[in-house]
Design a protein around this ligand. Structure first.
Ligand code: DAT
Ligand code: MG
Length: 139
């Protein structure tokens, strides 16, 4: 993805708890524009593939189980300096360390159920966006 795009997911707990609107509002107020959006559910196989880089980590099986436990909302977002600015907006992986004003501070319940995903590089933003969206689904 170009340098002005990133990929995000609203994770199963936040979808279940009815926070889709609140979270997208924080993204839009943070200067991000929604380029692509869908509510879908990952099979364990697809969740495992999405998080393949973590497959040697001790939390991998739990993560795959959690991410396939219910629907998620996948999005491509656009803003200048999108990847880095979005990581700032979502806050630390562990919500106990997330700063005030971040999405995870407000909506994350735990390290695992931390409300949102955000790509960590332009290269991964491209790969992750392509994982969910065809060319005719981004505007
Ligand atoms: P991030 O989502 O902030 O990029 P990551 O890429 O290191 O964090 O990990 C991916 C996801 O895996 C993370 O959002 C939640 C889960 N996770 C990470 N570290 C964990 C841990 N120590 N225990 C349980 N789950 C963890
Ligand atoms: Mg990550």
């Amino acid at each position: 993805m170009a340098e002005n795009k990133t990929f995000t997911m609203i994770k199963p707990d936040a979808v279940q708890d009815n926070h889709i609107g609140g979270i997208i509002q924080m993204m839009e107020e943070g200067g991000f524009r929604v380029v692509a959006l869908k509510k879908t559910r990952l099979t364990p196989e697809r969740a495992g593939k999405f998080y393949e880089v973590h497959k040697e980590r001790p939390f991998y099986n739990d993560l795959v189980r959690y991410m396939s436990s219910g629907p998620i909302v996948a999005m491509i977002l656009e803003k200048e300096n999108a990847v880095a600015d979005f990581r700032k907006l979502i806050g630390a992986t562990n919500p106990a360390q997330a700063e005030e004003g971040t999405i995870r501070k407000k909506y994350a319940k735990s390290v695992e159920a931390n409300a949102v995903h955000g790509s960590d590089s332009d290269e991964n933003a491209q790969i992750e966006g392509d994982f969910f969206f065809g060319e005719d689904e981004r505007f």
